[in-house]
Design a protein around this ligand. Sequence first.
Ligand SMILES: [Zn+2]
Length: 356
Amino acid sequence: MTAREYFYRILVPEHTGKSYQAAHQYDRAELAKRSSVGMPPEQYEQIIEMAIRHVPCRSNDVLLERWIEELIQLVPDDLKARLKKMFVAKLRDFEANAAAICDASCDGDLIFFNVGLSDACYQYAIVYYEFVRVFGDQFAPDDTGRIVRLKAELYDHLAQLAIAQKRWDRLGVVEFEVKDVVNSSLEIEGHPANIAGLADKFILRHEISHHLLGHTETGAQLLSYVDNLPEHCKYWKTVVQKAHQQEYEADASALTMTLQTQSLDVVTRRQREFDVVVGALLTLTVLGQLVREVNEATPSHPSVSSRFDQCVEILRSVCQHEIRALVYLMKQFQVLLWSTQGKGLGHRWSGAKIRL
Ligand SMILES: [Zn+2]
């Protein structure tokens, strides 16, 4: 039985052959009316229609399907065959997590992708983009009015997100209410969606890596591209808990699996590195806002602080282009989140000189 057959036959027979959006009976007209992405309702309706009509092959979600296709193109040949047998199931679970599942009767890897973390990443991506636009850009002196307007928008959204985050903390899940949704203005439409996509890709690659690294079956073996990293990047060698070792390894693999190709032209390589850096660091930034305490490990996961540190070490080591500015901006963004939410990775850098 393929992973897709296993998902539809065994786990959700009532959804057989349906896309995530069709299975959950998305109402096109209603969603278009409430659209917050700043595009004309007819255009938004068409996008939802496309998601509903999607015929699941590698995923029940049209975007995840596109990303796994893209990943198959980007990885070396030995990984392609394995990826082609995977099925990624988007689930209406608001837990801020994803999972890799293995069952003996299933010839292929199954991955569960919960909407909670992905939805949170999208909201944080909007605010991150607004932050970069205000603090990362060089403005001309006559742009003062524009800066004031952009800053006001950014701080409004930060406050809105802080209120939503407080409720998610109380509930223990990321569940949206209409008042939580940060509306991105027409001017920035598209950019946050792209950035959120980079975070989703990191989450997806992390889960895929659990399968590739043998964490979901016996006889785990490290893949050479993870094993060949410099020793100081291998945080899994510093802990004894198996679950923690596997999380560090999956992060390392998620970062490096598409950066192995050496023969890329400079522009492609730079873009690929940018995508990996922003996707990984934003995901860990959001996880830092979702957990109770960033320096605390749980039985299943090492602390978010240490995962962030390992990611930065690995990226510094494998990226051929300068990533200091990207790391610096992300830490500054964390400081801003810390100042509005009183939690997250930002407390590590607030008041201190940020190490580049
Ligand atoms: Zn994991």
